[in-house]
Write a protein that binds this ligand. Structure first.
Ligand SMILES: *Cc1c(COP(=O)(O)O)cnc(C)c1O
Length: 351
């Protein structure tokens, strides 16, 4: 099995003594969504990052960050997380054989992600506060206690995450016209931009895509151009009020003629169901923000016809089934006999 360190070794800061960790990250599907694309009048692709080993794109950066930490003799790693970073850090720390400490905002992490961090062997601390506060504490712990910080302040994280842009370009043979992506700490949009710039500088692609970032209305500091003190959204992975890479992300949007847009929680959940029920792709709420955004831009007549869009579905829907099933009808219960089944099937006209 090979991962991104093997596949993109020429583009990553590896030395002869960097351990080549892998859990099989990267090489995720780029699906063409014909039905939804037609409805929106565009050529729509989705990069299904939920297919990574721990179910989110975070694995791309974590494999490099933990490999470099090992190379540099780290004793342990630490991170603050809205959930997916902690799942990923826990997995790669286990693979590397070093301890992992994670700081999570109390009560605001999806159950699947909590389970992952705990079962994967991390020491999980629940912080009474939001993500931004947890991050301040993790930074302090790394500085004062000598733990290696594996949040996106660690430059190897974003470097590894560039691999997703390379995969999109490798598969399409060019960059898409738009890259639509959810934005929390704004690391991933920054990493994609850097990835496309690398490929353009090496002559592999001719153009950069417009970098289009989508945030939740209750947590959209880059849309409002100011810190959001109490960010709130059902999309917990992007519930961030003070994005660490905000400045770089803004530059990426400005340079490429892109921008930042906000969508409501109900638009996010509608997009999640549409994506799942009409295309067979189950992505977590944060991942559905760009899809919700494309739908809204289309409705407002602001989505150019015929363009090629790649939307990044950052995480797997199974991580947060509680949110996904809110308001969805319970399964119809029947007796365990043929008559009950026959009746139920004719009763339900959609079968
Ligand atoms: C981390 C994460 C995001 C946000 O990415 P940033 O780099 O913080 O902007 C979006 N969706 C999911 C599923 C995530 O785990």
């Amino acid at each position: 099995m090979s991962g991104i360190l093997q596949r993109y070794s020429d583009f990553l800061p590896l030395t002869a003594s960097t351990p080549r960790l892998t859990l099989g990250e990267g090489n995720t599907p780029l699906l063409k969504l014909r039905r939804l694309g037609e409805k929106l009048g565009i050529e729509l692709f989705v990069k299904v990052e939920g297919m990574n080993p721990t179910g989110s794109f975070k694995d791309r950066g974590m494999v490099l960050a933990v490999s470099k930490a090992l190379e540099e003799g780290a004793r342990a790693v630490v991170c603050a997380s809205t959930g997916n970073t902690s799942a990923s850090a826990a997995a790669y720390a286990s693979a590397a054989g070093i301890p992992c400490f994670v700081l999570l905002p109390a009560g605001k992490v999806a159950m699947g992600k909590l389970a992952q961090a705990a079962v994967l062997g991390a020491r999980v601390l629940s912080v009474r506060g939001n993500f931004d506060q947890a991050l301040d504490l993790a930074v302090r712990a790394s500085r004062d206690l000598g733990l290696t910080l594996v949040n996106s302040l660690n430059p190897y994280r974003l470097w590894g995450q560039r691999s997703a842009a390379w995969e999109v370009a490798d598969e399409l043979g060019e960059a898409p016209d738009w890259l639509a992506i959810p934005v929390g700490n704004a690391g991933n949009i920054t990493a994609y931009f850097a990835g496309f710039v690398t490929y353009k500088n090496r002559g592999i692609i001719r153009n950069l895509p417009r970098m289009m970032g989508f945030q939740a209305e209750g947590a959209c500091p880059l849309v409002r151009k100011e810190t959001v003190v109490n960010p709130e959204t059902v999309a917990t992975a992007i519930r961030i009020g003070r994005p660490v890479s905000g400045k770089k992300a803004s530059a990426a949007a400005r340079i490429t003629g892109g921008g930042f847009y906000a969508v409501t929680d109900s638009e996010i959940l509608e997009a999640q169901r549409l994506l799942a029920s009409s295309e067979g792709v189950f992505a977590e709420p944060a991942s559905c923000a760009p899809v919700a955004g494309l739908i809204r831009l289309h409705r407002e007549g602001r989505l150019p016809r015929g363009i090629r869009v790649a939307a990044v579905l950052t995480g797997n829907g199974l991580k947060d089934t509680e949110t996904a099933t809110r308001g969805i009808a319970e399964p119809v219960e029947i007796e365990g006999n043929w008559d009950s089944l026959k009746e139920a099937l004719s009763w339900n006209p959609s079968v």
